[in-house]
Each structure stands twice: as C-alpha cells, then as structure tokens.
Write a protein that binds this ligand. Structure first.
Ligand SMILES: *Cc1c(COP(=O)(O)O)cnc(C)c1O
Length: 390
C-alpha cells in the first residue's frame, strides 16, 4: 500500500519494528547502553548503543521513509552528521560547495575538514557553471536548496546530471524544506542531510542530525563511521524527534501559510528593501522550486533600509524572539551577520549579500496577524533617532 507523507510521519509501512511493545502507541525509549546476547554468535540485532539502539532505529527508519531512502543515520546534531559524512573522503579529495551554506558548515569545512587535506571550491550553484570547476580529484558536489540564508534555489536534477556524468556524489542539505516539501534522493541526490534540530524536531528543544541515502555502499560506510566515531543520537533525544515528526505535516503547512502572509505584509513595507522567498512568483527560483518541491517553506530573508533599523527590529518585537535556529513552532528572528554566519570570512559574507541590513525569519505556527502586528510595531516604532541601538 502506498501511503502519503503525512501518514508516514505517524506510521511505518511495515510493522517489523512496531510489534512486541505491549501495543504502546508511543514508541518506547530504550534507555540502555548495552544488550545481553543469548549465546556466542547470536544477537538480538542490538549489541551496543553507540552502534545501534531500538529507539534511534525507529527514528532512522521513519526518516528514511520520509526521504524515500533505504537507510538513515541519526546523529547528535546536524554538524555531527556533516562531520561524520566528511569521513567518507580522504586527503587529496576535492569538493565543490555552494557559496551560500549554513555558516556552521562553512566553518567546519574551512577550519576542521580542510586540515585533513580535503579541498573545497565555493560557487553559486544556482547560477554559475559548476562543470568548469570539476577537477581530477573532485569527489562530490555539496548544496543546500533553498540556500541559507539567501534563499537561492538550486536545480537538484540539473546538478545531479553533472554529478552523474563525472561520477561525483551529490550531497543535498534538505533542512530548509524538510522531507515534507522536498525529496532530493528522488531528484538524483546520493546523500541527504538534515539538521533534525529544525523542522523534523520542530519544537526548538532538541539537537539532532541525519544522513539519508539510497546507495548500499554509502550506507555501509556510514554505518561503520557512526559505530566508530560515536556521534549517534541518544535514545531520549531520538524519542523527542520521533514525537516532533508526528506533527511535521500540519506544522509545515501552517508555517508556510503564515510565511505567505508575512511576505505579503513585507511587500507593503517601504522600509523593507528586498525580500528573498522562493514562493514569490515571477523569478527563476520560484519556477525551479515549484518544479522540484511540493512547497516553498517558511524561511524568509529580508533586507531593511539600514543596519540601525534591522537592529531596532531585533530589539523591539514583543512576540518574536531574536534567536538563532529555525524550523520550530515558535517564530524566530535571526541576524545572520553576527549569528549563523559570523564565522564566514567578511568579504565572502558581504559578496554573498549577507550585510548588516539583512534579517532572517523562521516563521512558526502562531496566528499570522499577531506576527505581522509584532513586526509592524517594531518597524513603525523606529523614528531614525534611536541612535543608542546603532
Ligand atoms: C542548523 C543547520 C545545520 C546544523 O545543524 P545543527 O543541528 O545545528 O548542528 C546544518 N545545515 C543547515 C541548513 C542548518 O540550518
């Protein structure tokens, strides 16, 4: 039976892991480090929780089902997942990445992974010629779409064609749209990344990360890596993410509906100079996103007329907190230049459009009118003289 993604958030198609738990509807938390063996050479399938734990397994099976992958691996954070993934490369390998990525990923590549002898070239994968950057030692293309924070849309199928022609892996960080709106493996990606901290968990209360694949040889490598490096997600946190996923569909729909309402308001606001949201019709990003995804999500980046006004807004909203992170039920406002992207080299950051006038909003599930009133109050209360906030 083929089931819809909103149903997959609640039920696994096969019942293998749903039986023998006294009928518990909520999957049990197996708070155990180790497992007894009946005899030498026999195992329950679980030996030690660094390698595997039933609660984590249930979560991994759920995320694999949501992404149409064969295997998923749950890590203690999105960064732990990306760090583990980099272990499949070796010194001398070269990766092409987008210029616009989560700041923490850029920090990881530049400061930790590069010193292991892995080389990176950054380009705008939504517009630039990727193929001309491929070298003999290139092993993978690494993208996000929409990108963080500039919301550019990369054509996954097009990049996948390039990757396949040159026998490269295509890695897609799918955090921003979540599996509810977009499934990169179906468009030719080999590995999908999620910061489970964001939409999958959805409640701004738990860190988690995922790698999902549909290739056996990648899965075997990742299985060895997670067992060896030990950054798998703990049982209780696995349970929290499983619980979060139950409401993924309705959260994504409501947050997107709110995002459209906020975009509509921002378009009427003369102090807002630019809005970056793939759901705005009439752009190439809109067309590509419409073709490859089932929605546009709830992340909006916008540019205020001055840095002073941007900082004022961060101080004067009453409902919306000024905080890092995204994808939770609570709407959050972020200042990429001092928060998520503070460690990106300044000239790269500014060349990419992340100036001190840019704000990013992760829209939650509150009443849209309250969110709009909050933003409007913060913007209108700026008279240009509140210089102490500059
Ligand atoms: C937050 C984020 C990450 C990192 O995930 P953590 O769970 O915070 O470690 C990676 N990629 C994207 C796109 C993110 O937004």
């Amino acid at each position: 039976m083929k089931i819809e993604i909103s149903t997959k958030c609640l039920h696994l198609e096969d019942e293998e892991s749903n039986c023998n738990h006294y009928g518990a509807i909520s999957y049990p938390i197996y708070q155990t480090a180790t497992y007894a063996h009946p005899e030498v050479g026999r195992s329950t399938g679980f030996d030690y929780s660094r390698l595997q734990n039933p609660t984590r397994k249930q979560l991994e099976r759920t995320v694999a089902a949501l992404e149409n992958g064969t295997d998923a691996f749950a890590f203690s954070s999105g960064m732990a997942a990306i760090t583990a993934l980099m272990e499949i490369f070796k010194p001398g390998d070269h990766l092409i990445t987008d210029v616009d990525l989560y700041g923490g990923s850029i920090r990881l590549f530049d400061n930790i992974i590069a010193k292991n002898g892995i080389e990176f070239t950054r380009t705008d994968c939504s517009t630039k010629d990727i193929e001309s950057l491929i070298k003999e030692n290139t092993k993978a293309i690494y993208i996000e779409t929409p990108t963080n924070p500039m919301m550019r849309v990369v054509d996954i199928a097009k990049v996948s064609d390039i990757a396949k022609r040159h026998k490269l892996l295509l890695i897609v960080d799918n955090t921003f749209l979540s599996p509810y709106f977009q499934n990169p493996l179906n468009l030719g990606a080999d590995i999908v990344i999620h910061s489970g901290t964001k939409f999958l968990g959805g409640h701004n209360d738990t860190l988690a990360g995922f790698l999902v694949t549909n290739k056996k040889e990648i899965s075997e490598k990742l299985c060895f890596i997670i067992k060896t490096v030990g950054s798998g997600l703990a049982p209780f946190d696995s349970w929290l993410i499983l619980r979060g996923i139950k409401t993924l569909a309705i959260r994504m729909e409501k947050a997107q509906e709110n995002a459209f309402a906020i975009v509509k308001y921002l378009q009427t606001e003369p102090k807002v100079k630019k809005i970056y949201y793939p759901g705005i019709e009439g752009t190439k990003d809109y067309e590509v996103c419409k073709r490859q995804a089932r929605g546009f999500g709830s992340m909006i980046t916008f540019e205020m007329e001055s840095a002073a006004l941007a900082k004022h807004v961060l101080k004067f909203t009453k409902i919306i907190p000024f905080a890092e992170s995204l994808g939770g039920v609570e709407t959050l406002l972020t200042y990429p230049c001092t928060q998520t992207h503070a460690d990106v080299p300044e000239e790269d950051r500014i060349a990419n459009g992340i100036t001190d006038c840019v704000l990013r909003i992760s829209v939650g599930i509150e009443a849209a009118d309250d969110l709009i009133a909050d933003l409007k109050y913060a913007i209108d209360s700026y008279d240009g003289y509140t210089r102490q906030y500059i």
